[in-house]
Design a protein around this ligand. Structure first.
Ligand code: HPA
Length: 265
């Protein structure tokens, strides 16, 4: 069974960090999902590029529910997601990695729950710790082993996109305590928690956010920084896969909906 999935963000499209890669498709109530499966460190790992293979799906149109449902249906218990982010925090420089530990949600009208009343009912999932502490620790251990510097905390502000932000918005987010800005971590992290999966995000700072950066932002700049640090992100993911102890989670993610009788596919 596939217990680990990598959801690759901007700049992370290549499934060939894994061996013996094959392409598969799985159906969900929200539509079908194409993904790759391969092996690393004796483990079967699913790889799902969030924006499609050629960055063809914009952040606000990603079928987040289908993606998370598909991974759950495969038997995945641990998801490591990557995200490209702009930085509001002068200490978090382009090229740096951040293991975010909180988010602020500024998305607008995205489908962000599996529970919309009716037969499935209504669920209010706890997000006191929105990312799996155990998995964050695993990625941190991997970074230390590789001597890749990584910030171990950070507040991710999720915007609707696909446009970049105005400097006034960035100024407001900074006053609200945001460190990083991106367009995809919500509702992905929320849905993973509803599905009782361990989920952690590795954010890669690709630029200073609008107004902090003296130049206008370009998607090219984001891709360039991702490419320049692509090796490190690959190494970090591979080491993390190696260190994940499948089936021995000591966190409470797999019991997130215990109050509601557990998550059901
Ligand atoms: N804003 C939003 N999303 C991003 C940015 C940004 O500056 N950089 C990379 N993803």
């Amino acid at each position: 069974m596939i217990k680990i999935a990598i959801i690759g963000g901007t700049g992370v499209y290549d499934p060939n960090i894994l061996l013996n890669v094959r392409s598969e498709e799985i159906s969900t109530p929200y539509g079908s999902v194409q993904y790759n499966v391969g092996e690393y460190a004796g483990k079967e790992v699913a790889f799902l590029p969030r924006h499609g293979n050629k960055h063809s799906i914009p952040p606000h149109l990603i079928n987040y529910r289908a993606n998370i449902w598909a991974m759950k249906k495969l038997g995945v218990e641990n998801i490591i997601a990557t995200t490209a982010v702009g930085s509001l925090n002068i200490e978090m420089k382009p090229g740096h990695f951040v293991l975010v530990d909180q988010f602020l949600d500024f998305t607008k009208g995205r489908a962000s729950t599996f529970y919309e009343g009716g037969e499935r009912g209504v669920v209010h999932v706890d997000l006191t710790k929105p990312y799996c502490e155990k998995l964050r620790e695993t990625v941190h251990t991997a970074a230390k082993a590789l001597t890749i510097p990584i910030h171990t905390k950070g507040v991710y502000v999720c915007t609707e996109g696909p446009r970049f932000e105005t400097p006034a918005e960035i100024n407001m987010f900074a006053q609200f305590g945001g460190d990083l800005v991106g367009m995809t971590n919500v509702p992905e992290a929320v849905l993973a928690r509803e599905a009782e999966m361990c989920y952690s995000t590795v954010s890669m700072v690709t630029n200073y956010a609008a107004g902090i950066s003296p130049q206008p932002l370009t998607h090219g700049e984001v891709l360039e920084t991702m490419a320049a640090n692509g090796d490190n992100i690959k190494k970090l993911i591979m080491k993390s896969i190696e260190l994940i102890e499948v089936g021995s989670a000591t966190c409470s993610c797999s019991k997130a909906l215990a109050e509601y009788g557990g998550f059901k596919l």
